[in-house]
Design a binder for this molecule. Structure first.
Ligand code: PBG
Length: 333
């Protein structure tokens, strides 16, 4: 054949392929989510094989392991005892609560590791919502933000580097920015869950924290989070959320979930100059793990391909439960 263009010329050898490779993956791109609980034992999480609820004692070792593999940021999620859950979620700003203690411990022993937090009421709410639920079953915006600001301050005081509001209340980024600045935490960053969709992919996470919405029969409880998390059908709305977060002072914008929302990552990459993070959520992790356990897919290849796809779509950072495995595999390549 008389072909002028033969794209295969640049695929001929590993060396040539490496020369023209457009994106790459590195351990420094990863943010490793970790669950902590008060218990004395490390508890495996059924729907998330390989992930556990760590104790405060064992958390340190897992974070050290991540550091040694090149991971430079962790995000902490608490499994809160039922007795501490209330309608207003006030345990979220207890300075002796699980998360502030975990942050202090990590900052003492591994000060260089970046510690990110999650700001929302759901782990602390007896109703399992990210905000306060009114007597008529409405998730209250402004009242919730007051709690979130207190939560963010307690986390910053404990030493958090990046505050991650995941609640999707309107105006929370600006309110948290103001609260942090007023108390002298202008150096603490905000990684906003900018485009967080009302997704079924969070199922295993809610099992890990026992944090799904629940109706205790006291008042009507919305059965899902669709009055505050975004409709999976919407794309332009993500741009609106990104513009608001930028105006309110977010440092990093996040898209969540990741894999079913690569188009949103791509759009935000082109609409904003801020770093973009993708959250490779619990349901995405569980699907890969389940298929790999059955021998139906090659876990290593699928995980690295998936994580690379977030970078290709335009993400700079990836929150992923695969962080340590992936960092390990990358180091062997
Ligand atoms: C809570 C929160 C959720 C996740 C992170 N922060 C769950 C939810 O919104 O219901 C999900 C993470 C995952 O599924 O891996 N605000």
């Amino acid at each position: 054949m008389d072909l002028t263009y033969r794209p295969r010329r640049l695929r001929r050898s590993p060396a040539i392929r490496a020369m023209v490779r457009e994106t790459s993956l590195s351990a420094a791109d990863f943010i490793y989510p970790l669950f902590v609980h008060e218990g004395a034992e490390v508890e495996p999480i059924g729907a998330m094989p390989g992930a556990s609820r760590w104790t405060l004692e064992t958390l340190r070792g897992e974070v050290q392991r991540a550091w040694d593999l090149g991971v430079r940021c962790v995000v902490l999620f608490p499994k809160v005892a039922d007795e501490l859950k209330t309608e207003d979620g006030k345990e979220c700003f207890n300075e002796d609560g699980l998360i502030p203690r975990a942050i202090r411990l990590l900052k003492k022993d591994l000060p260089e590791m970046t510690v990110m937090t999650d700001v929302a009421l759901d782990p602390y709410s007896c109703d399992g919502h990210d905000g306060i639920v009114s007597a008529t079953g409405v998730v209250l915006n402004d009242e919730t933000i007051e709690q979130l600001c207190k939560q963010a301050l307690v986390q910053a005081e404990a030493g958090a580097d990046l505050i991650g509001p995941s609640d999707m209340m309107d105006g929370r980024v600006g309110a948290i920015r103001d609260a942090l600045d007023e108390q002298g935490f202008e150096h603490v960053g905000i990684i906003s869950y900018t485009a967080k969709y009302s997704s079924a992919y969070y199922g295993p996470f809610r099992e890990a924290l026992d944090s799904a919405p629940r109706d205790l029969g006291v008042k009507p409880i919305p059965k899902d989070k669709s009055t505050y998390q975004m409709d999976p059908a919407n794309s332009r709305e993500a741009i609106t959320e990104a513009q608001l977060d930028e105006q309110e002072g977010a440092d990093i914008l996040m898209v969540k979930p990741g894999l079913a929302y690569l188009d949103i990552i791509y759009r935000l990459r082109h609409e904003s100059e801020l770093p973009i993070a993708a959250y490779n959520v619990s349901g995405e992790y569980a699907m890969v793990k389940a298929a790999a356990q059955r021998g139906w897919i090659d876990e290593r290849a699928v995980v690295l391909e998936t994580l690379l796809s977030f970078k290709r779509a335009g993400a700079d950072l990836i929150l992923t439960y695969h962080a340590c495995d992936a960092a390990n595999w990358l180091a062997q390549d």
